[in-house]
Design a protein around this ligand. Structure first.
Ligand SMILES: [Zn+2]
Length: 256
């Protein structure tokens, strides 16, 4: 009896360590992914060959640990690539990154409401990062996800917006201060710049999305969309913000 118990304990340990040590399973990229990425993801298109390979590697890693579920909609290969690109773009400057606060992404056929996530009653939300029972979950409107990657869509990108909230959340709070990414000495300059720019938006003197006045977290997310979607314009209009955001994201979108 004792021997059986000992064997069971040993077997338990072996199973635990095999599972624990199992490396991140690499996700599959859909057929024709290079063409799809070149056609739809400007960030990828602008990379050199080495950068493209790195981007693809990061896409596979991300798709290796998140699951994308279609709710009343199909999940196509392009959907998977756009979701994963939204996650890779903000962390492209970090040698290693895993979104520990994300496991599942629900793709909705359109906008939804905040109360019961219905797409029929007052749908006005395009994306959200879950809290409480929705922890480690993200919801994205499929049309909004696609719209963000269309060339004509300007400075907005819903997918990047939601992943930036997750980066912000890395220190525990979605508060517009990404403490895990920003060196201490830049905390005050960042908060001052954010306050100044929120004031400018309120007075109609800024071209940053007005949604940014809601709070510092939303400001950080909409400014990041602009930073990645139109870095040249963002740098000209907001040089100080641009400079500090290259530190936050550890990359300069204009020098890839
Ligand atoms: Zn937001």
């Amino acid at each position: 009896m004792t021997q059986i118990l000992i064997l069971l304990v040993i077997a338990g340990f072996i199973i635990f360590f095999i599972r624990y040590k199992k490396p991140v399973k690499l996700g599959e990229l859909p057929d024709g992914y290079r063409d799809l990425l070149s056609k739809h993801v400007a960030f990828y298109r602008d990379l050199d060959e080495e950068g493209k390979l790195l981007f693809e590697k990061k896409l596979k890693e991300l798709l290796g640990y998140i699951r994308i579920h279609g709710v009343k909609t199909d999940v196509t290969g392009l959907d998977r690539l756009l979701v994963a690109s939204s996650g890779v773009i903000p962390i492209f400057g970090f040698p290693e990154w895993k979104y520990y606060n994300l496991k599942d992404i629900l793709l909705y056929p359109g906008a939804f409401n905040e109360t019961d996530f219905s797409t029929e009653k007052d749908p006005d939300i395009l994306g959200m990062v879950g809290n409480g029972t929705m922890q480690r979950m993200m919801i994205l409107s499929k049309p909004a996800l696609h719209h963000g990657f269309e060339n004509t869509s300007g400075q907005g990108n819903t997918g990047i917006h939601e992943f930036v909230h997750l980066l912000d959340k890395e220190d525990g709070d979605v508060d517009g201060l990404p403490e895990a990414l920003l060196e201490k000495q830049y905390t005050l300059p960042w908060l001052n710049l954010v306050a100044k720019e929120i004031g400018a938006i309120k007075e109609g003197h800024s071209d940053i999305n007005v949604y940014g006045v809601k709070n510092k977290a939303e400001f950080f997310a909409v400014a990041a969309e602009y930073f990645f979607e139109q870095p040249d314009l963002f740098k000209v209009h907001h040089p100080e913000l641009y400079e500090i955001m290259t530190r936050i994201f550890n990359q300069n979108p204009l020098k890839k």
